[in-house]
Each structure stands twice: as structure tokens, then as C-alpha cells.
Design a protein around this ligand. Structure first.
Ligand code: CMC
Length: 428
């Protein structure tokens, strides 16, 4: 604990609050006794100045553009690690030894199948359902299929449900895609990697062998690593809040998926590529830059800006590099990449974006890669959900394991009518 005290004067009375020190980042003022001592709440919609929990998983320094998972920089993990290793790291706190990695990978591989009745569950959706609608429904429905891992007070149940969620998410997402294109669902194949399996379940068909292209598998795995966790973002906070009531993990992750869907969060990757395609050619960029700056126009540059990063998002750096690698491996080119590079250049030299510290975020380039691999834009956010599941379950586990955990229950500044008497309808 930091020995600094924060002094607050309310209505002429002085109060003192302790400050707490983390291992990195700013100290926090512990205001848990604020209401009890002063009778006042704090007001912080959007949590711009509020730490909602204690966590040892992910650290972001938004000013410097730093992202660490359990202390490891995201650039190093993206370069040298694999999604399975990072998943182990997030869940246990340490990178696995070779044996631990083999065991963990084996466990995840042997949980990838879905209960066979879930096939029928898919049939209930319209063919044109958005994959995120299917993901919300199917993941929530897992709680109706896996009763043997929903006792959240049992660490073994929590572990099994975490493994199930990480393992089944690729199958669920791939089947959402298959359903939309009217192709047969592909079952997982245990000889493939986590990511190779996902690619095969998405793009393979039972009529022929599917060949996993190693460069694409690696790029996809890297995209999963880049999305694995991101501290207390909106969907993670949603998972924590849902879980704080004691709800089962499948229901909590489904809540997280719902939150991720929005265009200000995970939906931005879909919106960013749609925007780049709408801009089309570099000569049209100035018009869109002017629109983004116009207060009377709701248009924003999608894939730009971040609540925490006031510098280049370190994930966007890796994404930009990965675009070139995927283009080379697939021998494709997409003119939209040139438009994106030029848009970035123009925006970063514009005083509006400089003053507001708006830089490309993870979503700016990811859609270009995913599109080159063959995913329709509607699948982008589903892929984000797939990868973020490890972060969600790690955060949820961390919260439930904390002996001091209590239900999340924010307060409010009430601005509605004061008490008044009911008037019968005949007298209104
Ligand atoms: N284009 C134009 N202006 C912007 C943009 C943008 N993309 N982002 C923020 N601004 C302006 C905004 O109008 C505001 O201006 P002013 O101070 O004059 O009112 C100022 O910058 C601050 O914006 P804010 O909305 O108060 O900032 P925030 O921290 O609440 O929002 C954000 C962060 C990510 C929601 C926002 O930057 C945004 O809407 N970006 C586009 C959507 C996007 O790319 N989202 C993906 C986020 S990263 C992936 C993830 O974590 O899910």
C-alpha cells in the first residue's frame, strides 16, 4: 500500500482516503468508504477515472503505447509465442514448459466438439442471422448442455468450463459461418492445431481434403494473440459484472459477446473495412477526413482512437506487418490496403487527430487481413470474440477466486421527478 493519503474536503469537513499502489501504472485512491464517511457518491460515467477491480493479468500504458500480458510485451508474444501458449499464460500466470504446453493443448483439443444436439440449435436461426447473434445464443446455451461444470464455487468446475469455452469457440464460430453459407458443419480434427482446425472447420468441406497454409495459420494465430485480452474494456467489464452475481461462465461470456458486438468496441473491425471500401480510392480520403472532424456529422474514422491508447496501439503495428505477410503468402493484393496506409498518413499529420491523440487501433488493419484470408466482414467480430474468450475466462476466474469479491452494483446521480402521488387515469 502506498503511504500517501488523499485529502478531500466536503462541505467544510476534511476526509482522508488511502491510496493503493499497483506494480505498474498510477496509484488509485481507495474510496470504498467514501459514501459511508461522507454520504456522497463519485460521478464517473464511462469509468474514465475509475479502477473497477484489482487484476494481475494485463497492463496497458496508453500514453506510451505499451501492452503487457502477465508482464510480457504483446510484440514479443505476437512474434515468438502461440495462441495456446498465451492462453496458458493468461489462465495460469506463467508461460508453459514443453510438457505443460503439450498437456494444455491436448486438453483444449479434446474439448473442441460440441454436444451433438447443438446442431439442431443452429437450425433455429435464419440463414442471414449475423454470426454474433448466433454466438450470443449458442454460447449462452452451453450452460444448458454442460451442467457438470457450472458450480462456480468449485475451482475444478471453473477450470473445465474455461477449457470448454476456449476449445469450443472455434467450432461455434466456424459453424455460424457454415450455417450462413449453407454448407455442412465440419467436425474438428484432432491432428490439427487450434488455429489450423478453425481454418479447416471454416473453409473446408467434407468432399475434399483441406490444406492449411502455414503462413495463414500463423497470421490467424497471431491475430488471436493480439485479441486475447485487453484489461477492463467494455466486454470484459460486462463479463465481470455478469459474473459478480454468481451467474455461470457460459452465460457470462455470452453477455461479453453481446457487449463486444457494438461498433465502438469489437464491431469496429467490420465497420473499419466497410469504411475503407466506401472511401475506395486515396483521392476521396480528404472528404472523409473532413467528415470525421465535423462536429455535426456523426461519422468517425473507424479503427481510429482509443479510450486508453493516446499513442499508436502496439497491436496495430503487428497487424500492419501481418497484412504484408498474408498478401505475400496468398499472392493477393487489395487496393484497400493502400487506401488504409494513405488514410493513416493523412490523419496522423492532421492537427485534429494530433491534438486529440487519435491513432490507428487494432481494428484498423485486421479487417484487411481477415478479408484476404476469405472471411466475410460479418465474421470479423465473431473472430474477435473467439480470441477474447481466453481473456474473459481468465478475468472471470480471477474475480471469482478473489475472497473479497462482491456483486458489482454502481450507484447513480438521480435526475428524475421527486416523489409525487399517483393520479387515477380518469383525472389525468
Ligand atoms: N474519428 C473522429 N473523431 C474521433 C474519433 C474517431 N475515430 N475517436 C474519437 N474522436 C474524437 C471525439 O469526437 C472527441 O472529440 P471532442 O473532444 O471534440 O468531443 C474526442 O476525439 C474524444 O473522443 P471520445 O469519444 O470522447 O473518446 P472515448 O475514449 O470515449 O472513445 C472510442 C474511444 C474508441 C470509442 C472512439 O475513439 C471511437 O469511437 N473510435 C472509432 C471506433 C473504434 O475504432 N473502436 C475500436 C476501439 S479498439 C478495439 C476495442 O478495444 O474494442
Amino acid at each position: 500500500m502506498a503511504d500517501k493519503q488523499a485529502e478531500l474536503t466536503v462541505g467544510g469537513e476534511n476526509y482522508s482516503f488511502p491510496t493503493l499502489e499497483g506494480s505498474c501504472g498510477p496509484d488509485v485512491i481507495d474510496i470504498r468508504k467514501l459514501y459511508g464517511n461522507t454520504g456522497k457518491f463519485t460521478f464517473d460515467p464511462g469509468y474514465k477515472s475509475t479502477a473497477s477491480c484489482e487484476s494481475a493479468l494485463t497492463f496497458i500504458d496508453g500514453q506510451e503505447g505499451v501492452l503487457l500480458h502477465r508482464g510480457y510485451p504483446i510484440g514479443q508474444l505476437a512474434e515468438h509465442s502461440s495462441f495456446m501458449e498465451v492462453s496458458h499464460l493468461m489462465l495460469t500466470g506463467e508461460l508453459p514448459t514443453k510438457d505443460e504446453l503439450d498437456e494444455f493443448t491436448h486438453t483444449i483439443t479434446y474439448h473442441t466438439m460440441l454436444h451433438d444436439q447443438m446442431r439442431q440449435f443452429y437450425q433455429g436461426f435464419r440463414r442471414d442471422a449475423h454470426p454474433m447473434a448466433i454466438m450470443c445464443g449458442v454460447v449462452g446455451a452451453l450452460s444448458a448442455f454442460y451442467h457438470d461444470s457450472t458450480d462456480i464455487s468449485d475451482p475444478e468446475h471453473r477450470k473445465i468450463s474455461s477449457h470448454r469455452l476456449i476449445a469450443k469457440m472455434p467450432t461455434i464460430a466456424a459453424w455460424a459461418y457454415k450455417y450462413s453459407v449453407g454448407q455442412p458443419f465440419m467436425q474438428p480434427l484432432n491432428s490439427l492445431s487450434y488455429t489450423g482446425n478453425f481454418l479447416r472447420m471454416t473453409f473446408g468441406v467434407p468432399a475434399e481434403e483441406y490444406e492449411v497454409i502455414p503462413e495463414v495459420e500463423r497470421a490467424m494465430d497471431r491475430i488471436f494473440i493480439l485479441h486475447a485480452d485487453h484489461e477492463q474494456n467494455a466486454s470484459t467489464s460486462t463479463v465481470r459484472l455478469a459474473g459478480s452475481s454468481g451467474a455461470n461462465p457460459f452465460a457470462c461470456i455470452s453477455a461479453g459477446i453481446a457487449c463486444l458486438w457494438g461498433p465502438a468496441h469489437g464491431g469496429a473491425n467490420e465497420a473499419a473495412l466497410n469504411m475503407l471500401r466506401e472511401i475506395g480510392t486515396p483521392d476521396r480520403i480528404p472528404h472523409y477526413i473532413e467528415r470525421a472532424k465535423d462536429k455535426n456529422d456523426p461519422f468517425r474514422l473507424m479503427g481510429f482512437g482509443h479510450r486508453v491508447y493516446k499513442n499508436y496501439d502496439p497491436r496495430a503495428v503487428v497487424m500492419q506487418k501481418t497484412v504484408r505477410e498474408v498478401f505475400d503468402a496468398l499472392k493477393v493484393k487489395d487496393p484497400v490496403f493502400e487506401t488504409a496506409l494513405r488514410l493513416e498518413e493523412i490523419a496522423l499529420s492532421d492537427p485534429y487527430f494530433q491534438e486529440k491523440k487519435l491513432f490507428p487501433n487494432v481494428d484498423f488493419y485486421s479487417g484487411i487481413i481477415l478479408s484476404a484470408i476469405g472471411f466475410p466482414t460479418t465474421m470479423f467480430t465473431a473472430l474477435f470474440a473467439l480470441a477474447r474468450t481466453v481473456g474473459w475466462v481468465a478475468q472471470w476466474n480471477e474475480m471469482i477466486s478473489d475472497p473479497g469479491q462482491v456483486i458489482g452494483r454502481p450507484r447513480q446521480l438521480y435526475t428524475g421527478p421527486t416523489q409525487r402521488d399517483y393520479v387515477p387515469v380518469s383525472e389525468r
